[in-house]
Design a protein around this ligand. Structure first.
Ligand code: IPM
Ligand code: MG
Length: 358
């Protein structure tokens, strides 16, 4: 029995709908297993711009830092497309990751047997199944490098820079090696070492660290090839280690081959136990308020919170099994309805189905 303080950042678009679903699930888990989850809501993203004029208010940063973990929906939307760059809603997400020191982003992607028909890959590829996790560096690289505008050789130009320190590469690589050890002991390090100096350093360090992990089979792959192999033979991947930018791109690709981006949870972790848990998808402004959003990625993110930040593995299993069961029984939200003929459930209806099975 334990008490946990969770900072809740619902954000924009479908954020409030999907996070409410995950909170309800946590409430039920709390009752079932005798834990107390205290939720405190904070604003970040576009809604914070509207309320306070900034995407990431100090109060939100302080509240998230003080909490045992953060549950986040999604931020951004066309309404804030025209705001100056330093005020964009996405700054809230990047700012929180940096402020909390969350340099590891775990993005698991696996195929649910029940959803094979929703998968866009060829049936013979899907039939082999896949279960992989992308370990994405989250607080460095081109996302956080120097950027700006200047006068260039051909007139005005813009630039972004990628830098990675030895320390940053070592700590994310360590997470990836340790993750591989707990799984199938296979690690693919994805880079662009044929062009980028940061990738060459990345490779050197991964190779050196591989000596400490003789039980883990390590290989390198260029990111363009990795993008191809992910759709050609996803079953060959176990743990994929990569940089911030490459991880962003490859995780969207990995999500689509599971059937829907609405299914993929993520955990962002640092040195301590406090993590930030969010679906990998965005705020989907086009379907916000329609009830069409799939709450599963956020509910599975809550399960990851229980597992990684609160050491509640049984409770996490309970949520994951309930999601699996709902899918096995044929319940679908609009994004995964495919050719199944199922009547799509709304976000709240799907949440209720999951809760019934906890
Ligand atoms: C993600 C998102 C973010 C990222 C955006 C919203 C800044 O795409 O979490 O994958 O690029 O990290
Ligand atoms: Mg992304």
């Amino acid at each position: 029995m334990a008490k946990f303080n969770i900072a809740v950042v619902k954000g924009d678009g479908i954020g409030p709908e999907i996070v409410s679903g995950a909170m309800e699930v946590l409430e039920v888990i709390g009752k079932k297993y005798g834990h107390t989850f205290n939720f405190t809501e904070y604003l970040a993203g576009g809604c914070a711009i509207d309320a306070f004029g900034v995407p990431l208010p100090e109060e939100t940063v302080a509240g998230c830092k003080a909490a045992d973990s953060v549950l986040l929906g999604a931020v951004g939307g066309p309404k804030w497309d025209e705001v100056p760059n330093h005020l964009r809603p996405e700054k809230a997400l990047l700012g929180l990751r940096a402020a909390l020191g969350l340099y590891t982003n775990l993005r698991p992607a696996k195929i649910y047997p029940a959803l094979m028909e929703a998968c866009t890959l060829r049936p013979d590829i899907v039939a082999k199944g896949f279960d992989l996790v992308i370990v994405r560096e989250l607080t460095g690289g081109i996302y956080f490098g120097e950027r700006g505008r200047r006068d260039g050789k051909y007139g005005p130009e813009a630039y972004d820079t990628e830098a990675y320190s030895v320390m940053e590469i070592e700590r994310i690589a360590r997470t990836a090696f340790e993750t591989a050890r707990k799984r199938r002991c296979n690690l693919v390090s994805v880079d662009k070492a044929n062009v980028l100096e940061t990738s060459r350093l990345w490779r050197e360090i991964v190779h050196k660290m591989a000596e400490e992990y003789p039980d883990v089979e390590v290989s390198d792959m260029y990111v363009d090839n990795a993008a191809m192999q992910l759709v050609r033979e996803p079953s060959r991947f176990d743990v994929v280690l990569t940089s911030n930018m490459f991880g962003d791109i490859l995780s969207d690709e990995a999500s689509q081959i599971t059937g829907s981006i609405g299914l993929l949870p993520s955990a962002s972790l640092g040195e301590g136990k406090c993590g930030m848990y969010e679906p990998i998808h965005g705020s989907a402004p086009d379907i916000a308020g329609t009830g069409k959003a799939n709450p599963m990625a956020t509910i599975l993110s809550a399960a990851m919170m229980l597992r990684y930040s609160f050491d509640l593995a049984e409770e996490a299993d309970c949520i994951e099994n309930a999601v699996n069961q709902v899918l096995e029984e044929g319940f679908r939200t609009a994004d995964i309805v495919g050719n199944s003929g199922a009547v799509p459930l709304s976000c709240t209806e799907m949440t209720a189905k999951i809760i019934e099975r906890l």
